[in-house]
Design a protein around this ligand. Structure first.
Ligand code: PNS
Length: 163
């Protein structure tokens, strides 16, 4: 399938990036000319990982995907998107329960800027239960997260937990 000549933004906290995020990034990279993975640095109160570590992890685990860029942003997502000339925001949907929050966010972003369209990609069903917050909790309590995050992230989690 030919990629659309559109720049898309995939925003999120990525604290840390999971296999579910990676699934969405891989799908988006086949659809759009360029996908900017944008780490929100001011929307989260108390992240486990610094913005630089989050960026480093994303960089490492996406190094085989050619048409992506990784960046950090603060302020409104639509302002950042406009600045980057991106017309599409990509969000992943794991289950129906994600939809209400995502729908409201899409409508708010549309009311802020009509020219930017949100598109939802459905994550693989093996990631339905997966979230960064559960990964943080399970890893902090010594559980096995090897089927939830890439190996590089496991090492960073171990490092963080042993700090
Ligand atoms: O991974 P997350 O935490 O679900 O991502 C949420 C995120 C970062 C995409 C959202 O909070 C966001 O876009 N924040 C930037 C500030 C903003 O534009 N807020 C209005 C969106 S309706």
């Amino acid at each position: 399938m030919e990629r659309k000549k559109i720049i898309a933004i995939y925003p999120g906290s990525f604290d840390p990036i999971t296999l579910g995020h990676l699934d969405i990034i891989t799908r988006a990279s086949t659809l759009f000319e360029k996908v900017i993975i944008a780490i929100a640095v001011n929307s989260e109160k108390n992240p486990m990982f610094s913005k630089d570590t989050r960026l480093k992890m994303i960089k490492e685990v996406t190094k085989n995907i050619e048409n992506i860029e990784i960046d950090k942003f603060s302020g409104l997502l639509v302002d950042y998107a406009k600045n980057k000339n991106a017309k599409v925001i990509v969000r992943g949907i794991r289950a129906l329960s994600d939809y209400e929050y995502e729908f409201n966010m899409a409508l708010m972003n549309r009311s802020l800027d009509e020219s930017i369209t949100t598109t939802f990609l459905v994550a693989h069903q093996k990631y339905t239960h997966l979230s960064s917050s559960l990964v943080r909790e399970v890893a902090s309590l010594g559980g096995n997260v090897s089927n939830l995050v890439p190996p590089f992230v496991i090492e960073e989690l171990k490092r963080k937990i042993n700090e």
